[in-house]
Ligand binder design. Structure first.
Ligand SMILES: [Zn+2]
Length: 663
């Protein structure tokens, strides 16, 4: 809990007050140039509804499952070896058949998730799993502060020699983020001490004024800024800024995928579009925004905004998924967004939401919250099976019925219990334990609701405390009730995002319709009294979505959406033997909403629509004259579509989001 955060002086002389700050992963300092501030735990809570169920699954199944997989897959063994045990470095094969060097990071991401989870309430079973891991990290740390089991066990003597692929700063970044969760959330500074000693060791090697180097995988930059925010140690911010400024100057050089792969092709300030490995680009830009707002560097912030705009305009899937290419997990060319060959790594979407959150805080613009919503429902949640213990690494927008179990590398056609390279599952765990942070922010004028969940949110405004309770069946229904639970004697503003997908939104107070705000929000300013009720109504009519014609792979197709959800059709809902590859949607389909409860997928809103199902004949050559020979035999069919996040939980392999539209 926030109130238990440690007092006393920092071992490195930082301000103890900072450590008692807001309990959230991203907490800009009071001096930072941001428009909005996070409210953190325990003031932000999700306590019912759609997300509440999923957060419970995360706590009760996903996170405990993660602990057992870290044990099974050798991540913990490696740290034991680093601590002096006898044995061989364990681990998945990375590039070129060598053991992967980043396995410690999965332990730290898991610990971060547990830190945020425990900050929401004691869970003895999670604490019992976490305690030995914290002790293990402490035992594994060398007297000189270094702690990275890969280099301690598999490559001793080669520390900081392979900045391209070694991932040492990436691992350190995740250690720092775990430490911040435990420090802010629980006042427990054991991980912080380990993290600061490791950072000091890294600083001595490649800090400002030392050898000029950067890590092939960004992540450390944002962690350093948060470490500065937690400890008050300015040198961490300087180090982060140094790393950002060094990037794009050829320090990593090229690799088989080119220098774009790790964003070393162009100075960060100059780069105008997202490039290379999608997760790296997202994590880099998180650090860029953090540095920019803490140093007041508008030019640097503008560069991140420019890349964001470019990313949305030309490089983002309908789901919010990021990254096309399998071989290098990278962004493709503008509008190169094939649905079946979509890589869309879960971590890339999580990185996208982390970046969107930072840009939302920096600018106050709801378009960033729009994308966080799209990614949370349609690019992150789909990675998790309904059972809470199986995962997709890659989240394509179409799956053919006939492809093998393992599509390529770590892209599988079924969710699996733990991928060979397991960055995504613990990332998902920590994302879910921090989900409440994305919902509501505060500024001097009032509260801003960005995400519609059932919960309670409170903040200090104008010297007093205001709090609201939200109740909604979102994303199934568009009504949101907001009750003022506590208020102050002065007027303040309640702001509610109007999602960009929503054609019509209205708000009423005590039955009286109110207007005000910009196109992306409704704002109501008044002297609020406890018990005041605001009802927001968002139009959730189903809609057909068309792609830009330059996205050739889905030209002449449409997708179905309703509210924040992207829909998909699965083989499981077609007549036996039929495949989604043979379906077409009517040119003007009659789309109906169908609420179905219980069942193996739980209560959900399905969509029904008209189309045709072709009977495909074997043909010696799959091309032919334009109409009518291409039409084949087709049967009018009423199709069912389910929210994309729920796909892949039943037998049958085929799935598609984009559906060819009958001319
Ligand atoms: Zn991943």
């Amino acid at each position: 809990m926030a109130s238990t955060a440690a007092e006393g002086t920092s071992p490195s002389g930082g301000s103890p007050d900072r450590r008692r700050s807001t309990v959230a992963p991203v907490v800009p300092t009071p001096e930072a140039r941001v428009r909005l501030r996070p409210i953190g735990l325990p003031s932000a809570r999700i306590d019912a509804g759609f997300w509440s169920e999923r957060l419970r699954t995360n706590l009760e199944r996903t996170i405990p499952h993660g602990a057992s997989m870290l044990e099974t897959c050798g991540n913990l063994t490696n740290l034991e070896l680093a601590a002096g045990a006898e044995g061989q470095y364990q681990g998945a094969e990375g590039d070129g058949g060598n053991p992967a060097p980043f396995l410690d990071s999965d332990v730290y991401k898991w610990l971060e998730a547990v830190g945020w989870a425990l900050a929401q309430g004691e869970r003895l079973e999670l604490r019992a799993l976490a305690e030995p891991m914290i002790e293990l990290a402490a035992r594994a740390q060398r007297p000189d502060g270094y702690v990275d089991s890969f280099y301690q066990v598999a490559k001793p003597g080669f520390e900081f020699t392979d900045m391209e692929w070694g991932h040492e700063l990436y691992v350190a970044g995740h250690l720092v983020q775990a430490a911040i969760a435990w420090t802010r959330g629980l006042g427990d500074e054991r991980l912080l001490q380990i993290a600061e000693r490791f950072v000091e060791r890294i600083e001595a090697e490649i800090g400002p004024g030392r050898r000029e180097a950067i890590c092939g995988h960004p992540e450390f930059e944002m962690a350093l800024v948060e470490l500065y925010r937690t400890t008050g140690e300015r040198r961490y911010l300087d180090f982060a800024r140094t790393l950002v400024d060094r990037r794009g100057r050829g320090l990593l050089g090229s690799c088989r995928y080119g220098a774009r792969f790790w964003q070393d092709h162009e100075p960060v300030r100059n780069a105008i579009e997202p490039a290379g490995h999608a997760v790296r680009q997202m994590y880099l830009d998180c650090g860029v925004v953090d540095v920019a707002v803490e140093t007041g560097d508008e030019d640097l912030l503008d560069s991140a905004l420019r890349r964001w705009d470019s990313m949305l305009a030309s490089f983002t899937y309908l789901t919010g998924g990021l990254g096309v290419h399998h071989q290098d997990e990278a962004f493709g060319a503008a509008f190169e967004l094939p649905p079946d060959r979509a890589y869309t790594e879960t971590c890339a979407a999580i990185g996208g939401a982390m970046l969107g959150w930072r840009l939302l805080l920096a600018t106050g613009e709801e378009r960033f919250a729009d994308m966080i919503e799209r990614q949370a429902y349609n690019a992150i949640l789909p990675a998790l099976a309904a059972d809470g213990s199986n995962f997709f690494y890659s989240n394509p927008l179409m799956q053919r019925s006939t492809i093998p179990e393992v599509l390529e590398g770590i892209a599988t056609t079924r969710r699996i219990s733990w991928p060979r390279i397991a960055c995504c599952p613990p990332n998902l765990m920590r994302f879910l334990t921090t989900l409440q942070d994305f919902a509501v922010t505060a500024d001097d004028a009032g509260l801003q609701i960005h995400q519609y969940v059932s919960g309670s949110f409170a903040a200090e405004i104008g010297g007093g405390r205001v709090s609201i309770a939200t109740r909604t069946e979102y994303p199934w229904e568009g009504a949101v009730d907001i009750t003022i639970d506590a208020s102050i004697d002065q007027p303040w503003t309640l702001s509610m995002r109007i999602p960009s997908w929503c054609p019509n939104a209205t708000a009423s107070v005590a039955g009286e319709t109110v207007t005000g705000g910009d196109a992306d929000r409704i704002e109501i300013s008044r002297v609020w009294k406890p018990g005041d009720l605001v009802r927001l109504l968002l139009d959730m009519s189903p809609r057909l979505t068309a792609p830009d014609p330059r996205i050739d792979a889905v030209r002449a197709c449409v997708a179905l959406e309703r509210g924040p959800l992207v829909y998909a059709v699965e083989d499981a809902d077609l007549p036996s033997g039929a495949s989604v590859e043979s379906m077409e949607i009517a040119s003007s389909p009659d789309v109906e909403v169908d609420v179905r409860g219980a069942g193996e997928l739980g209560e959900m809103v399905w969509l029904e629509f008209d189309g045709l199902l072709r009977s495909e004949a074997e043909r010696p050559w799959p091309y032919g004259k334009v109409e009518p020979s291409m039409a084949g035999r087709a049967h009018p069919t009423r199709f069912r579509a389910l929210p994309y996040f729920a796909w892949g939980n039943r037998p049958g392999r085929g799935m598609r989001i984009w559906i060819p539209r009958r001319p």
